[in-house]
Design a protein around this ligand. Structure first.
Ligand code: R1P
Ligand code: URA
Length: 307
């Protein structure tokens, strides 16, 4: 390993995802779960080789072609830091624009019932305000000005990319089963998503209603999309121009969709068999959207490029 600032191996492999230049395509589907990644990989072209790399830190990268177009499917596990590792490390080994679609699961706080799909066209984050929890006496006597949870501003998905996903999902599942709207990315599945847990003082009994007060248009809760949109927005420009000769402002285009597995209104939770059935169909839909999206990049020179 070299370079403490951005560690890479002497073969150019990044520290946590472990991929190197030529192993990841510019079009990427990212999921949490390895089995979902493997399931989506079954749709990749059978006549093209499949590259597969499992990292010691739990990332799984599968690169192949879908309808003749190079794509990678990358499972990252869960939470904001995993999305940060993935986006930054993959960005560092791929040249040109990146299109990244997250396809995950979520909870619904709106009209979407379990089994439906939410296209998350924007996201904010809800994070536990650790300072609030530092002095129990202060909390109990209501002396603190702190709030137990912090809410960020809203960051947006790429409008063209999310509309392509929405269209493909509607074609596959019908309009009644596809919802589009604002997502809250939370730093816990439990406390910052308003779940009750008697083993901890979480001060979250009003959290779901606070979400509706601050962002009445919020319809889903999950744990990664905000970081993806935030990093896409923070990504620097490329010395490349699009078909209108405009310099590309951000190098990453991002979007997200998720199956509703938890209905936080009715308290229904979906069976794993049903998730499996939905993602089988949704996998094709998101891959179709991904390869149909215009992107500017060049094939790397490396002899050992896997695509
Ligand atoms: C929690 O169960 C996990 O499910 C959701 C959340 O964002 C979190 O990662 O997404 P995935 O199904 O993609 O993992
Ligand atoms: N993923 C989450 O983060 N929350 C849910 O309620 C369901 C899936």
């Amino acid at each position: 390993m070299e370079n403490a600032n951005f560690p890479t191996s002497d073969k150019g492999r990044v520290y946590h995802v472990e991929v190197k230049r030529g192993e990841v395509a510019n079009r990427i589907i990212t999921v949490g779960d390895h089995t979902r990644a493997e399931e989506f990989a079954q749709y990749l072209d059978k006549d093209s080789p499949l590259f597969r790399l499992s990292s010691a830190r739990g990332f799984l990268t599968i690169t192949g072609k879908y309808k003749g177009v190079p794509v990678s499917i990358i499972a990252i596990g869960m939470g904001l830091p995993m999305m940060d590792f993935f986006v930054r490390e993959v960005r560092s080994v791929v040249d040109g624009q990146l299109a990244i679609i997250r396809f995950g699961t979520c909870g619904s706080i709106g009209d979407a019932r379990t089994g439906s799909i939410i296209v998350q066209n924007a996201a904010f984050a809800i994070t536990r305000n650790y300072n609030y929890f530092s002095d129990t006496e202060e909390i109990e006597s209501e002396l603190t000005d702190e709030k137990p949870y912090n809410f960020t501003k809203i960051f947006h998905a790429d409008p063209q990319l999310y509309k392509k996903i929405e269209l493909e999902l509607i074609n596959s599942f019908g309009e009644d089963n596809v919802f589009t709207g604002l997502n809250a990315t939370c730093d816990s599945f439990y406390s910052s998503q308003g779940r009750k847990d008697g083993n901890f003082r979480d001060y979250n009994s009003n959290l779901i209603s606070t979400i509706s007060d601050i962002y009445p248009e919020a319809i889903s809760l999950e744990m990664e999309a905000f970081m993806l949109f935030h990093l896409a927005k923070s990504s620097t420009s490329l010395p490349l121009k699009d078909s209108n000769n405009t310099i590309l402002k951000n190098s990453i285009k991002a979007a997200s969709a998720a199956m509703v597995v938890a209905d936080r209104v009715t308290n229904d939770f979906i069976s794993p068999v049903k998730v499996h059935d939905i993602q089988k169909v949704a996998g094709r839909a998101v891959l179709n959207a991904l390869v149909d999206f215009e992107l500017i990049y060049v094939h790397p020179d490396d002899d050992d490029c896997v695509w």
